[in-house]
Design a protein around this ligand. Structure first.
Ligand code: CTP
Length: 411
């Protein structure tokens, strides 16, 4: 999701840099827009470095010395259509007044009129300016029109006075933005352990058995859980992916290492989602020296690896256990069988032969089978959206088991 952050000219403008970081940690893409006076307090370069994007400082490219063109003249419309929320922090008394009266005399105020995305303003100013009837009237108008106002804190102000006017804390602003975006922190009390990627089983120092898993589904689960406020432990086989920020990564290679890591950390977890494509077999013998060609046809003797999911299910308490099933045929029948045989609460099944599903693609087409007999077939969705739907079902199961245990016992 994309957020435009309008920074206006107040001493608190430097705090917007920290806000950018926190919004990014929530997985939001941030486009910064600065008013002219904001640039007196902090340089656009700071925000450009943090966001990796050009900071919008002028209404028209020509104002910044670059040649004007149609693209720059209507950029506010393009930005207005692209964003999911407009945040203005800090918002000065002057900017609040311009917003309230619909004066569109710079990029930020024009964007405010042009966007239909939710608007969040976090004012910061001198206490007398804050308490002035004009400012309060402007805030009332903005609230009436649907803007969320994150009220300033009380305390020492840069002007030397004490009172209301300090920019609200970064967390309060971030929460208001997440609320406006409809992103909830409904996994806040959970610790989610996710397994991801393939495992590798060595034959000799240069050869190994593995599978086509890219880890994308597992990393999407880790990211979705993190964004919903969970503490996340990601046990991952080798992948080419960057771990999502804020996630604790435990890197493993073999099934035995994944087995140990999962059992070690499972006690901390309230939800376990096992998206890893675990090798079912490993060579009985791992040769310490490279096998040489030439001694006739070779055959490899294999032995089964431990079934991590099933083992966890045997020892589980009220932890919710999510298994994945990668199938090539009879998806529903195989998934229901796995739900029972593995003792999982939920199986996410997909037919890996379908286009847009399975290995190394950005999307997945899955059906979710729950232990209370429901089957939810989802359309082709980005893996991140699939991950969110999985956690929606996990929370449903959690509610079901809570309401089961609150049914009064018969005497
Ligand atoms: N799994 C596991 N340990 C294993 C094999 C699989 O924990 N040794 C987990 C996977 O992470 C997945 C689920 O079990 O969540 C099902 O994996 P899958 O490979 O589809 O099933 P298998 O049990 O291996 O059955 P089959 O390969 O015969 O379909």
């Amino acid at each position: 999701m994309r957020v435009a952050l309008g920074v206006t000219g107040g001493v608190a403008a430097y705090k917007a840099a920290e806000l950018v970081r926190r919004l990014q940690q929530e997985g939001l893409e941030v486009q910064v827009i600065m008013t002219r006076s904001a640039q007196q307090f902090i340089a656009p370069l700071t925000f450009a470095a943090l966001t990796g994007q050009k900071v919008i400082t002028e209404m028209f490219a020509a104002d910044s010395g670059a040649p004007a063109n149609v693209e720059s003249a209507i950029e506010h419309i393009a930005v207005a259509q692209r964003i999911d929320a407009l945040v203005i922090a800090p918002a000065t008394a002057n900017t609040l007044a311009r917003l309230a009266r619909g004066i569109a005399d710079d990029f930020l105020t024009t964007l405010y009129l042009a966007t239909t995305a939710p608007v969040i303003v976090a004012p910061a100013m001198n206490v007398n300016m804050w308490e002035h009837a004009a400012t309060q009237e402007n805030l009332r108008l903005l609230r009436e029109r649907g803007a969320r106002v994150v009220s300033p804190d009380e305390g020492y102000l840069a002007c030397g006075m004490v009172g209301a006017g300090r920019l609200a804390g970064t967390e309060a602003i971030v929460q208001a933005v997440l609320e406006a975006l409809g992103v909830s922190h409904d996994l806040e009390r959970e610790t989610v352990l996710v397994t991801a990627g393939p495992t590798c089983e060595d034959i000799d120092p240069v050869r190994y058995i593995t599978n086509r898993s890219s880890g994308k589904m597992g990393y999407a689960l880790a990211e979705a859980a993190r964004r919903r406020g969970a503490r996340v432990i990601l046990v991952s086989g080798p992948t080419a992916l960057e771990p999502p920020s804020g996630v604790e990564l435990v890197s493993v290679r073999t099934t035995e290492q994944m087995h140990r890591a999962v059992l070690d950390r499972a006690a901390e977890a309230t939800i376990v989602a096992m998206a890893a494509a675990v090798a079912d077999y490993r060579p009985t013998v791992q040769h310490s020296k490279k096998l040489k060609r030439g001694s006739g046809p070779a055959s490899l003797e294999l032995e089964p690896t431990p079934d991590i999911l099933a083992e966890l299910a045997r020892q589980k308490s009220d932890r919710i256990l999510v298994g994945f099933a990668a199938e090539t045929n009879d998806v529903a029948a195989n998934a229901r069988k796995k739900l029972a045989s593995k003792g999982a609460d939920l199986i996410v099944a997909n037919d890996v032969t379908q286009k847009g599903a399975g290995f190394d693609v950005e999307t997945n087409i899955v059906s979710i089978f729950t232990r209370d007999g429901r089957e939810i077939s989802l359309p082709q969705l980005p893996k991140f959206d699939v991950a969110n739907r999985v956690f929606d079902e996990v929370l449903q199961l959690r509610q079901l088991s809570r309401s089961d245990s609150t049914v009064p016992r018969q005497r």
